[in-house]
Write a protein that binds this ligand. Structure first.
Ligand SMILES: Cc1ncc(COP(=O)(O)O)c(C=O)c1O
Length: 431
């Protein structure tokens, strides 16, 4: 019996999270035994160059010796205390040092929890009930945020999720991304009822669909005008695309936001590969959280000592050189993928947000600005490309709705292997 068959006998679909399944590309998922730097090793000992990066956290590459040492040292001191620690303070300070508008920071265990809490806080702060989200943005799997949630939900071909009540779904207004009129209409139709707009400031869960210039600034103006909060979900982009996330990248560019969002959510890189995420934001909103205020949020393992150790070590190592390296690697890989697909005559479009990028297979004569356009991609061409890359020892995310994640450990050797695999994969996509 294969490991996958054994898994399917005890775990629904054989996987602990649906995005790990190969449902949209076909075949059985690869089971990983260990990882080091830019490489994954499966249970048969096969080596792959990894472009999944644990779906984001592995910014430094896998098993960075200093991160592992920090976690081992923390483990030796005890796994969980259920009491405050110095490491929580240190990590919260490190987050605020990078993202100044995160004046107060609450640590949680998953991005789902962070976004769920941000939404509850927004409702608590405004006394309003409705939330606006954008089609194709993913903010974790809490009930109210699963409508048109891109990514894993899109890969499974689901419009949302069964088990979410109509009442809950009705409290989320879903608006097309990059569409100012639709956003204004939502506010016009629900005066004084919208508590918050939650957005991925550079969406990467419908494939990478960057904001049109000025779109995030417009979100800030519109929410401010209507007395709603703005939540930047930087679970994916935070500390990955830049030292201070997409927020920082935009601030460093030519159209900075006049005013920051009220709340941020972080995850993935901030936990360095351990279960850790965070909510940060304006002090007067964050002070509504229990025990200071009336908005309840809690967690037995929140700010866990192993996770905080991994997060502190990762952020300390993620210096400008790391971001420069990942940017350069991403630019180089995009150029090589583009060249290989062009020479094989495969229609495609590559879109990037910082070092995150997606290769959309299919005919696109305009930028992919929203989820409806992203859904016009050709999943069969992607599946052929994916399997040819996997056969050649390159592990891509098993869905056309995901970004490729590279790391500071992707050196010339690892990138060279990706480049070598491309011509045959491009020919496979062309068939
Ligand atoms: C933008 C965004 N928000 C929230 C989440 C949920 O995070 P988690 O999987 O840690 O619950 C994800 C996960 O992929 C994400 O990409």
């Amino acid at each position: 019996m294969s490991l996958y068959q054994r898994a399917c006998a005890v775990i629904p679909g054989g996987v602990s999270s649906p995005v790990r399944g190969f449902g949209s590309v076909g075949g059985d998922p690869v089971f990983i035994a260990r990882a080091q730097g830019p490489y994954l090793y499966d249970t048969d000992g096969r080596e792959y160059v990894d472009a999944v990066g644990s779906w984001g956290p592995a910014l430094l590459g896998h098993a960075h010796p200093e991160v592992v040492a920090a976690v081992q040292a923390a483990a030796a001191r005890g796994l969980s205390f259920g009491a405050p620690t110095a490491a929580e303070v240190e990590l919260a300070e490190a987050v605020r040092a990078r993202v100044e508008p995160a004046q107060l920071v609450r640590l949680v265990s998953t991005g789902t929890e962070a976004c769920m809490t941000a939404v509850r806080l927004a409702r608590g702060a405004t006394g309003r009930d409705l939330i606006v989200k954008f089609a194709g943005c993913y903010h974790g799997h809490s009930d109210g945020l699963l409508a048109a949630a891109g990514s894993g939900v899109a890969t499974q071909g689901l419009p949302g999720s069964a088990g979410v009540t109509a009442e809950t779904a009705a409290q989320t207004i879903v608006v097309p991304y990059n569409d100012p009129e639709a956003l204004e209409l939502a506010f016009a139709e629900h005066p004084d009822r919208i508590a918050a707009v939650i957005t991925e400031p550079a969406p990467a869960n419908m494939g990478v669909v960057p904001p049109r210039p000025g779109f995030n600034a417009l979100l800030r103006q519109v929410t401010r005008r209507h007395g709603a909060l703005l939540i930047f979900d930087e679970v994916l982009t935070g500390f990955r695309v830049y030292r201070s996330g997409w927020w920082g990248l935009e601030q460093a560019g030519d159209a900075p936001l006049a005013e920051p969002p009220d709340l941020f959510t972080f995850g993935k890189v901030v936990g360095g590969g351990m279960p850790l995420a965070a909510i940060g934001g304006r002090a007067e909103v964050m002070e509504l959280l229990a025990p200071l205020g009336p908005v309840y949020q809690a967690g037995t393992l929140s700010g866990n000592p192993l996770a905080t150790a991994a997060g502190i070590a990762t952020l300390a190592l993620a210096d400008d050189a790391v971001y420069r390296h990942v940017d350069a690697a991403a630019t180089a890989v995009q150029a090589e993928v583009g060249a290989a697909l062009i020479s094989a005559g495969v229609p495609h479009r590559i879109q990037a947000a910082g070092s995150l990028f997606t290769v959309f297979f299919g005919e696109f004569d305009v930028p992919i600005d929203d989820y409806a356009t992203a859904q016009r991609q050709d999943p069969a061409a992607f599946a052929r490309f994916f399997h040819a890359m996997l056969d050649a020892g390159v592990a891509l995310p098993p869905s056309g709705y995901e970004a490729w994640f590279l790391s500071a450990a992707h050196d010339d050797e690892a990138l060279g292997r990706v480049v070598e695999a491309l011509p045959a994969a491009a020919r496979a996509a062309a068939r």
